[in-house]
Design a protein around this ligand. Sequence first.
Ligand code: A3P
Length: 333
Amino acid sequence: MESPFVPSKNHFAANEEPPKSYREFISTLPRTKGWNAEDDLYHYQGFWFHPTFLDGIMSAQDYFKAQPSDILICSTPRSGTTWLKALAFAIVTRNSFDDSTSPLLSKVPHDCVPFVEMDLSHGSSARDPEMPLLATHIPFSSLPKSVLESGCRIVYICRNSKDAFVSMFHFARRLEIQRNLEPLSLEEVFELFCEGKCHYGPQWDHVLGYWRASLERPEKILFLKYEEVKEDTGVYVKKLAEFIGCPFSPEEEETGAVEKIVKMCSFENLSNLEVNKTGKHREDTPVSIQNKVFFWKGKIGEWENHLTPEMAARLDRITEQKLGNSGLNLVRH
Ligand code: A3P
């Protein structure tokens, strides 16, 4: 059924005939070959998007209303979103559940935190009013206006470009295999990634948008790196809890509440849960995914087993050029 929520004039020039649907508008945008056999990527507001997600982004830009109490978990794909959702969810629900009753034991973290461009677009308000957490991959410059106007808080996670690329490649590959399609080769998608052509890419521009915003408004945007969280998860769990507004009390710290959350949300624990080995996310929809695809290696530096030294050097060069003197390093590790 066609959505009753139609594109607002924000998306096209004032003198143009308004498109009847986001899909119609998307079909007019510049496009490029995507990372799977069936879908192209479309260029919108400086980034490349899969059409299903772009449809939701445009609708969220028109209709999504953020609340001042919202905590928005933002990232580029394959940078630690699943993990950050689990950590944040465990932190905010720790008075209702413990490490033996948490919904994280029976649901993939993506089913615990609504995804703005899929779950809260097209007028859907399918959210629990008690749950402040939301997630999105929307670039900072394309966030719905209400996010900045509401003053809600944002937690962003990024990852070094080589691991993020290798993780993206394996994710796309496993999705194609799941759909009985022939995956693109590593070399093909490497070229696309270097040109910035990936889901929500260029990765560097995405990260820079949130990095600069976090420098301007550190009280509203907490900027995290996968590698730093991995190396000292407990420190970041405490930082995250403080930022979200529910710091651990001295009693909680003494009784090991932080360590319990670290352990429950660890790669080893989550990836071995039955639900994450055999369950499906968005079952019976065109974007259904086996939960196990969200978990692969969960390591720093896995790129060394997949990229040639030439590929790694080229990606490092592009990353250094793109990030320039921003003060951000996505090459190390
Ligand atoms: P790898 O593919 O390198 O293993 P996202 O959730 O943003 O898509 O990021 C996915 C990456 O985070 C994958 O990396 C995945 O294995 C890793 N990951 C998932 N859960 C994790 C956890 N609990 N701890 C650490 N890494 C995790």
